[in-house]
Write a protein that binds this ligand. Structure first.
Ligand SMILES: NC(=O)c1ccc[n+]([C@@H]2O[C@H](COP(=O)([O-])OP(=O)(O)OC[C@H]3O[C@@H](n4cnc5c(N)ncnc54)[C@H](OP(=O)(O)O)[C@@H]3O)[C@@H](O)[C@H]2O)c1
Length: 324
């Protein structure tokens, strides 16, 4: 099979396509023939060895995929060769095939094709749980989404809108924030020329109920200062590169709640919330919700796809189409 390999940590341009032996399903595992694999920002961080978990080289890049069951290991029940499935893994998705634990796979909800299914799990689960499970978002809330033109951002705008939130999409430029209007954003803020805190307060009157922050840096404090009393700020990531430090007087004065969300460990700590989230997301897909995929690349173009994300030029999701 062909696979996109990181042989030296650093720039994603160094990723190379190699021929590898096909994987074999071990006990409890399934081999999936991958048809599409979505790019996530952590793929860039992992290639650069700047992620929370370090991957020794060489390794196959890619963490999220959709495809068909190709081989079933011993002890696996409930799956048949040919079943369409989607899943995520710690590496290995930018390849023709992957062997993963059967428990890491889920059926593809009716309404999503392979390209959109591959781009669903990470960003939409992150969006749902950061908004609802951690941000306690209610219908009618003012919801501020930072990094709104990115993968997590577009999913947050979409889910929050569908759950009745009034969404303010925040991005570096007006053009990028405006990408979120068709997804439901009622207001936008472009911080290349607008003051984030001032504009959130002006738009909402009393301040934001929920802030979802996958960007970090200086925008974290500015948006916490723009929370209403009892508002919730959910830290999702640090795409800007700087991990913010927040003075606790801001939390005290606003009765604010600051929470962090991390998808990798959620199932271990909150299995009931995961079940609820899956049901709610399936319901929303049934109503037509689908990820915003802006572009597809072939496996040969994985280095360009990751470079585009690293250089902040991607919008919504970029997907590697393995059938090209
Ligand atoms: N906690 C979790 O479980 C979880 C799950 C998934 C992702 N994440 C994290 O969430 C973050 C976003 O992921 P993603 O997949 O949405 O990435 P993405 O599609 O690349 O979007 C990231 C957005 O961040 C903004 N950004 C990037 N660099 C920036 C900089 N130097 N200064 C200011 N803004 C910058 C960009 O906004 P503009 O459009 O405004 O330029 C971009 O649209 C990443 O840090 C990722 O690791 C966390």
């Amino acid at each position: 099979m062909r696979a996109a390999r990181c042989e030296v940590h650093g720039d994603p341009k160094n990723i190379v396509i190699r021929e590898l032996p096909d994987p074999v399903a071990g006990p409890g595992q399934v081999v999936v023939a991958i048809e599409a694999a979505a790019v996530n920002y952590p793929d860039v961080l992992i290639a650069a060895d700047r992620y929370q978990v370090s991957f020794p080289t060489p390794f196959t890049t890619g963490s999220e995929f959709a495809g068909k069951v190709a081989q079933i290991g011993s002890g696996v029940e409930g799956l048949t060769v040919g079943d369409p499935v989607m899943g995520s893994a710690m590496g290995g998705a930018f390849a023709d095939r992957i062997a993963v634990a059967s428990t890491s796979l889920t059926p593809i909800p009716a309404g999503l094709d392979m390209i959109h299914a591959s781009a669903f799990n990470v960003t939409y689960r992150t969006a749902y749980h950061s908004l609802r499970t951690f941000g306690a978002m209610k219908s009618g809330d003012w919801v501020v989404v930072l990094g709104s033109a990115g993968g997590v951002g577009t999913a947050c705008v979409d889910v929050a809108t569908r759950l009745g939130g009034r969404v303010i999409a925040v991005a570096s430029t007006k053009d990028r924030a405006d990408l979120c209007r068709p997804l439901g954003a009622v207001e936008t803020i472009a911080y290349d020329h607008e003051n984030l805190k001032v504009r959130i307060k002006e738009i909402t009157g009393g301040g934001a109920d929920v802030v979802i922050d996958p960007v970090g840096g200086p925008y974290a404090e500015q948006s916490i200062r723009a929370l209403t009393w009892g508002g919730r700020y959910v830290c999702v990531g640090f795409a800007q590169g700087e991990i913010p430090k927040i003075a606790l007087n801001l939390v005290l004065l606003k009765g604010a709640i600051i929470r962090g969300f991390e998808i990798r460990t959620l199932a271990a700590h909150a299995p009931e919330a995961v079940k609820e989230g899956a049901a709610e997301l399936s319901r929303l897909v049934g109503e037509g919700m689908t990820p915003y995929v802006s572009e597809t690349f072939s496996l040969d173009d994985v280095p360009s796809a990751l470079t585009k994300v690293a250089e902040r030029k991607a919008s919504g999701k970029i997907v590697i189409d393995m059938t090209r």
